[in-house]
Design a binder for this molecule. Structure first.
Ligand code: NDP
Length: 443
């Protein structure tokens, strides 16, 4: 019997944080078989404790724009759980950021990091600052001001932030420079660093490549592979770009990508070099794609991308981008697999649609864990003062993704829901954290 009062209390205690409510509800409902099987988790009130962050910091970030005018943003760092290792999780800079978004991401991160098998706790942070349309100097001044507060809460053995939406190599560079100045020490305190100063080869590619490695494992159940399949990859940022690249390397074809303005359909397959040029070099819009590829089509409205027909759907932009209706259209159009590169991109109702239709479904916590796993490898290289080759990091990434898939699948079987990777990933991630919390006493 599901004890709904646990969830009700958490939701009441965190009013207005709808994304956090959604993430907590999904995990709580799917780990019920583990809570029933192991009384200790209920007696020790593990779920109630996991849903309460160990520490949350909110702070003022004042900075000067290019006109000399003062701007004020809000910064966040939510340190959710350190049972398995130092806190670890990205920073998101996007105008939609508020506490509820950071908490949903931090909560998910705890289970994701647990699945990687690396010693990492879970945290997340960010700001409602919008880097879009800002000059490099403005972004630098913002990052420096953000770090002026955040430096006292992080550290190579305390909490190691990374990128997420709106935070890429440029932002990590400015954040790292300011951290180093403030503490007078070179620490591996951020991941996603530049290759000349402690970054790991293959970190840029890791989330997208890892997603595709996970997808390959999923497809084996249906004795399928990526070769000859068509795919849709929403978004056109870090995760989407390297998803497209890896799908193409494996003989598949991504026919559509998007940004928040609209989507591009290219029946010949999205040209990844054009994509990199627009997004990584010029920080442009996806609508620019058709200037170089006039046979491709651009349509306004980003979520309409899910009306297209393809074998595989890869939501790689943002939370709740696939709702029940979009899921039904994808199923009607014959999608065989959905793997989530973004965090929580499918609503709970959409996931139900995929499961009921027998579509292979790879949840974010498992499928996009390649990014943080490779960040873990960057931390290992920093503490050894070593750099591994691209091939070595990529091979480890592939192994980790295979292992996450196997753990999730095996756990789904063990708890009587064969092939339900949401149940498998959530329980596998949860039990490891829960057992560690019990070992460490009531802290
Ligand atoms: P980027 O900032 O590089 O790219 C984000 C992309 O998503 C852009 O194309 C952006 O379009 C689009 N997007 C953002 N918000 C919205 C929105 N509200 N509606 C429609 N499109 C939107 O971020 P990443 O590629 O790094 O992150 C994408 C997703 O992957 C996020 O959910 C993130 O949490 C997740 N993720 C990222 C990891 C990483 O290593 N980077 C690791 C694991 C998960 P526009 O430019 O128009 O805003």
């Amino acid at each position: 019997m599901v004890d709904k009062s646990v969830l009700d209390r958490i939701i009441k205690k965190n009013p207005g944080e709808t994304e956090f409510h959604q993430a907590v509800t999904e995990v709580y409902n799917t780990i019920q078989p583990a809570l029933e099987k192991h009384r200790k988790y209920r007696d020790e009130k593990i779920f109630e404790r996991i849903a309460e962050p160990e520490r949350q910091v909110m702070f003022r970030v004042p900075w000067l724009d290019d006109e000399g005018e003062i701007q004020v943003n809000r910064g966040f760092r939510v340190q959710f759980n350190s049972a398995l290792g130092p806190y670890k999780g990205g920073l998101r800079f996007h105008p939609s950021v508020y506490l509820g978004i950071i908490k949903f991401l931090g909560f998910e991160q705890v289970f994701k990091n647990s699945l990687t098998g690396l010693p990492m706790g879970g945290s997340k942070g960010g700001s409602d600052f919008d880097p879009k349309g800002k000059s490099d100097k403005e972004v630098m001044r913002f990052c420096q001001s953000f770090m002026n507060e955040m430096f006292r809460h992080i550290g190579a053995d305390t909490d190691v932030p990374a990128g997420d939406i709106g935070v890429g190599g440029r932002e990590i560079g400015y954040l790292f420079g300011q951290y180093k100045k403030l503490v007078n020490r070179w620490d591996g305190v951020l991941t996603g660093k530049g290759l000349n100063w402690g970054g790991s080869l293959a970190r840029t590619e890791a989330t997208g490549y890892g997603l595709v490695y996970f997808l390959e494992e999923m497809l084996k159940v249906k004795k399928e592979n990526i070769k000859g399949k068509t795919a849709i990859s929403s978004g056109s940022g870090n995760v989407s770009i390297y998803t497209v690249e890896k799908i193409h390397q494996l003989g598949g074809k991504v026919v559509a990508v998007s940004d928040s303005g609209g989507y591009v359909y290219d029946k010949d397959g999205i040209d990844v070099n054009t994509l990199k040029d627009i997004k990584e070099v010029h920080r442009g819009r996806i609508s620019d794609y058709i200037k170089k590829h006039p046979k491709a089509e651009y349509h306004e409205g980003s979520t309409k991308i899910w009306n297209l027909k393809a074998d595989i759907a890869l939501p790689n932009a943002t939370q709740n981008e696939i709702d029940k209706k979009s899921a039904e259209i994808l199923v009607k159009n014959g999608v065989i697999a959905v793997a989530e590169g973004a965090n929580m991109p499918s609503t709970i109702e959409a996931i139900d649609v995929f499961h009921e239709a027998g579509v292979l479904f790879g949840p974010a916590k498992a499928a996009n864990a390649g990014g943080v796993a490779t960040s873990g490898l960057e931390m290992a290289q920093n503490s050894q003062r070593m750099s591994w080759s691209f091939e070595e990091v990529d091979a480890r990434l592939k192994d980790i993704m295979k292992n996450i898939y196997e753990q999730s699948y095996k756990t789904s079987v063990e708890y009587g829901q064969k092939g339900n990777l949401v149940v498998g990933a959530n329980i596998a991630g949860f039990t490891k954290v829960a057992d560690s919390m019990i070992d460490q006493g009531l802290v």
